[in-house]
Structures are given as structure tokens and as C-alpha cells.
Write a protein that binds this ligand. Structure first.
Ligand SMILES: Cc1cc2nc3c(=O)[nH]c(=O)nc-3n(C[C@H](O)[C@H](O)[C@H](O)COP(=O)(O)O)c2cc1C
Length: 346
């Protein structure tokens, strides 16, 4: 009989499996989040601001969709960068809306902020009120150990430790998930952690648990699923993809890991914040509009001049699968590895 894997994170959120979907804004991940929740993990709604959408309205519509279709807990992501359109409204309005809706309040338990200040959300009086009157937890993405310190100073309930092999925005430090987890453990041994960046298999889940994480979050693995809302051409890049088909380039908030296509190769990565600021100041307004349009283009299937965010983990993903099968397979594999490791003890 299959054993359960119980961790601080599965207990904190009352979920069956220590598997989260990573947020993947500006794209929709509504159906994906729902499938992950129904399969026993925790699905996360992305901060959607593609095609001129209103991020508050999108989050509300997504949460309504979730509570209508599942009774399981789920999460949402807010990019707390000052450059993110609608960030102030999200931080002010979303906690008030959730507070007033008992089902949303019970289920939307995981509030993940990223790409900006970890203090912004807990600083909101509405979020404070929500936190005091519910089981809502606040996590922040920490791609470097000094950022983990800032998160703990902000009073987070936990962090998502994301290394440089992951898809999407990255820190300038470029530290791998393997090293970052060890660093974070050394300084914050008791802080709840979700490991992210490079995870796609059961052996990787077993490794994350050994490295002190209570769960993993996966982006690229879930893009290559039947339920994800990504364009079929985007998904089709993954099974034949190799880790080295991705690299670091220039994104909206600094370095970003992209699939190497025409768009990526014309946007070399900044090596520091100063270089990023200099780049932003150097580009013309037309270029800025073209860069911002890279997400809309890829959303509509242009995988050459659009920004294709993917992680090195594509090198271990061979097929586009059902979310349920992905999660069941990872759990089975992890159990085998954990038993094997245990049997090494003599
Ligand atoms: C398409 C895409 C969009 C992403 N958008 C976001 C986002 O809006 N917010 C965020 O915190 N991380 C974002 N990320 C990063 C993921 O949350 C996660 O860190 C990453 O996918 C982990 O690496 P993996 O792809 O190897 O699983 C994005 C990643 C991808 C692939």
C-alpha cells in the first residue's frame, strides 16, 4: 500500500501531496490550478495581466471559478514589483473581497508574493485583518539567501526557495536550487520551505524533502500537461527540449530564464541591477511596447518572437501528460526513492 508523505507544508495547508503548481503570470493558470488541487496538490492562480486585463478582476474571476469547482485549498500570486500594473489595487482590494466570502476565505489559503517587496502584502491592514481571522498563510519567493532574511524580517509564514535553473524571472545571483536550499537551511532551519526551480520527477521531490523543504513547486512540468492553458506550440517545445535550450535573458524585472528563440537571443541578460536600469533607460518607447508585447505574442502561439519562459527541467520532461498522472507518478517515484534510501541504513 502507498504511504502518505506528511510534511510541515502538507499539514499547514491540509493537502494530500507535497506538490504545488508554480505561479506563471502573466498567463492564465486557472484550469491548471484546479487540476492540481483536485489531484491532491495545491494549485496557484497566476497574476494575470495579459491582453489588457484587470488583475484584480482576473483574480476574483479565478477564485470564483475555483470555489465553484473544488472544495480544496488553493493559492494566488501577486507580483509586488512597483512596475507591476494594478499591484496596489490587488494588495488593497483582494484581502477585502476574500474576507467577505466565507468559501474563498476558507480555501484561498496560500498567498504568494514575488518579484518585489516581501513587506508589501503583510503591510496592508486588510491583509492583516484577513490573516487574523482565517488560516491564510503568506509566503514569498526567495531566490537568494539575503532575500530569505528580508522575508523573515517581514514575518512571512514560509518561503519558496527558487534557484536559477527555474523558468521565468531569476535573481542576479544565479545560485542553483541545490546550493540555495543548503544555504537557507543553515540560516533558517525551522522556516517552512517550498523548493522550486528544476523539479519534475519523484527523485527530485525526494531530494527536496531531504534538503529540508516540505514541498516542491513546479512550473515547466505543469505547462506540459493536458490541463494547462498554454498554447499547444509552447507545450510542444518541452518534450524534445534540453536544459541548454534555455538561458538567462532580459525580462521585465531583471534576468529571466527563457527558451532560446529569436526574442531571447536579442535580449542578453543583465548582470546587475545597474545594468538593468541602464538597459531600461536606453530603449525607445517603441522597443518597450514591443518587449511588453512578447507575452501577448507567445500567448497567441508565436514561439519565435514571443518570450517563452521555461526552466532547465524541460530536459527531464518527455511527454505532455494529465496532471493527475504527473502527480501520481511523482509520488510513487518519491516513495520508492525514500524506501531505497532508508534501506541503505545498516
Ligand atoms: C511561463 C512562466 C511564467 C512565470 N511567471 C511567474 C509569475 O508570474 N510569478 C512568479 O512568482 N514566478 C513566475 N514564474 C516562475 C515559476 O513560478 C517557478 O519559479 C518556475 O517555473 C520554477 O521552475 P521550473 O519551471 O523548472 O519548475 C514563471 C515561470 C514560467 C515558466
Amino acid at each position: 500500500m502507498n504511504k502518505m508523505i506528511e510534511t510541515d507544508i502538507t499539514k499547514m495547508f491540509g493537502i494530500k501531496y507535497p506538490i504545488f503548481s508554480a505561479p506563471m503570470g502573466p498567463f492564465f493558470t486557472r484550469d491548471l490550478a484546479l487540476a492540481v488541487c483536485e489531484a491532491g496538490g495545491l494549485g496557484v492562480l497566476s497574476n494575470v495581466n495579459i491582453v489588457g486585463t484587470d488583475p484584480v478582476k482576473e483574480h476574483v474571476a479565478s477564485m470564483e471559478y475555483m470555489i465553484e469547482h473544488t472544495d480544496k485549498p488553493f493559492g494566488l500570486n501577486i507580483l509586488t514589483s512597483r512596475n507591476n500594473p494594478g499591484v496596489r489595487e490587488m494588495v488593497r482590494k483582494l484581502p477585502q473581497i476574500v474576507m467577505k466570502n466565507p468559501k474563498m476565505r476558507d480555501q484561498c489559503k496560500y498567498w504568494l508574493t514575488s518579484a518585489g517587496s516581501s513587506k508589501f502584502l503583510p503591510g496592508s491592514k486588510y491583509f492583516k485583518e484577513l490573516r487574523e481571522n482565517s488560516e491564510v498563510k503568506h509566503f514569498h519567493v526567495a531566490p537568494a539567501v539575503w532575500l530569505a532574511q528580508k522575508c523573515t524580517d517581514a514575518g512571512v509564514d514560509g518561503i519558496v526557495v527558487t534557484g536559477t535553473e527555474g523558468g521565468g524571472h531569476q535573481s542576479y545571483e544565479r545560485v542553483s536550487t541545490l546550493v540555495l536550499l543548503q544555504q537557507v537551511n543553515k540560516f533558517f532551519p525551522n522556516l517552512p520551505k517550498i523548493a522550486c526551480g528544476g523539479f519534475a520527477t519523484g527523485e527530485a521531490l525526494a531530494a527536496a524533502l531531504s534538503l529540508g523543504a516540505g514541498a516542491i513547486a513546479m512550473g515547466s512540468r505543469f505547462i506540459a500537461s493536458k490541463q494547462s492553458e498554454f498554447h499547444e506550440k509552447y507545450k510542444a517545445l518541452i518534450p524534445p527540449g534540453k536544459p541548454q535550450d534555455t538561458g538567462l535573458f532580459t525580462g521585465s524585472f531583471g534576468p529571466i530564464r527563457l527558451y532560446k528563440n529569436e526574442y531571447a537571443l536579442s535580449h542578453p541578460a543583465p548582470s546587475s541591477k545597474e545594468e538593468m536600469i541602464a538597459y531600461e533607460q536606453s530603449i525607445s518607447p517603441e522597443q518597450r511596447v514591443r518587449d511588453l508585447g512578447s507575452y501577448d505574442r507567445v500567448y497567441n502561439g508565436d514561439i519565435e518572437t514571443g518570450a517563452v519562459l521555461l526552466g532547465q527541467s524541460i530536459g527531464v520532461i518527455d511527454s505532455i501528460d494529465d496532471v493527475n498522472d504527473i502527480i501520481e507518478r511523482i509520488m510513487k517515484e518519491a516513495e520508492i526513492i525514500i524506501r531505497k534510501n532508508y534501506s541503505m541504513l545498516k
